[in-house]
Write a protein that binds this ligand. Structure first.
Ligand SMILES: Nc1ncnc2c1ncn2[C@@H]1O[C@H](COP(=O)(O)OP(=O)(O)OP(=O)(O)O)[C@@H](O)[C@H]1O
Ligand SMILES: [Mg+2]
Length: 203
């Protein structure tokens, strides 16, 4: 990653809208600076609106990086009505979506429309055995929704080869850097370029 656009983006980050650090259309990583929790939720909402049944989103970052905050925005974009919090004592929490909260929503007749958000937080995972105790593998390609995983590195050996990866990094001052990347590039997350264009034009 070249340093020049990176520095420019961070300097520009005092303005009201998240900054797209590298706006080259074909760049495989959507690199953003969010200036507030509200902006992180807005980015999440725009991302959530594009998710389809079977999608898997990995949220990577230290304690307090903003994973759950982003998850709250993704939930909003998916049309989840109830509150998404850190599932402190459970490893997974399930949230139904409402049909009119998602652009392709029509009451569930469209097989692509995620009917559930499965929010996994593996921070307190005690080992691989515990993954089996709640059927972890079934959540990785959910048949009726999308899955978000906080602390995915705790289950590194069990992750499938394809997912959307979001890396969050605190920059101080309420700012967070978000790097969003389809692994492998393109595929079912090829809309990432569209999201980049949307966010680049929004400022
Ligand atoms: N730009 C920002 N984006 C996201 N969160 C922010 C931002 N600025 C401040 N915050 C605050 O940082 C905190 C992030 O907490 P959050 O629970 O989302 O982190 P987390 O990565 O899920 O942590 P954990 O690993 O403990 O689950 C929240 O209190 C949020 O309001
Ligand atoms: Mg969290």
């Amino acid at each position: 990653m070249p340093t020049l656009p990176r520095r420019r983006g961070i300097e520009a980050a005092n303005r009201g809208w998240p900054t797209v650090v590298d706006a080259r259309p074909a760049w495989p990583v959507l690199d953003l600076v969010s200036n507030s929790a509200a902006q992180t939720r807005e980015i999440g909402a725009r991302l959530g609106r594009r998710l389809r049944t079977g999608d898997l989103v990995l949220l990577h970052g230290d304690l307090g990086a903003g994973k759950t905050t982003l998850a709250q925005g993704i939930a909003r974009g998916l049309g989840v009505a109830d509150a998404v919090q850190s599932p402190t004592f459970t490893l997974v929490s399930e949230h139904p979506t409402v049909a009119d909260g998602h652009p392709s929503g029509d009451g569930g007749a469209d097989g692509d429309r995620p009917a559930h958000l499965y929010h996994l937080d593996l921070y307190r995972l005690s080992g691989d055995g515990e993954l089996d105790s709640f059927g972890f593998d079934d959540y990785l390609a959910p048949a009726d929704g999308v899955a978000l995983v906080e602390w995915p590195e705790r289950a590194a050996s069990r992750l499938p080869p394809a997912y959307l990866l979001v890396r969050l990094e605190p920059l101080g001052d309420g700012k967070r850097r978000l790097a969003i990347e389809a692994v492998p590039p393109g595929g079912r997350y090829a809309w990432l370029g569209e999201l980049r264009r949307e966010l680049s034009g929004a400022g």
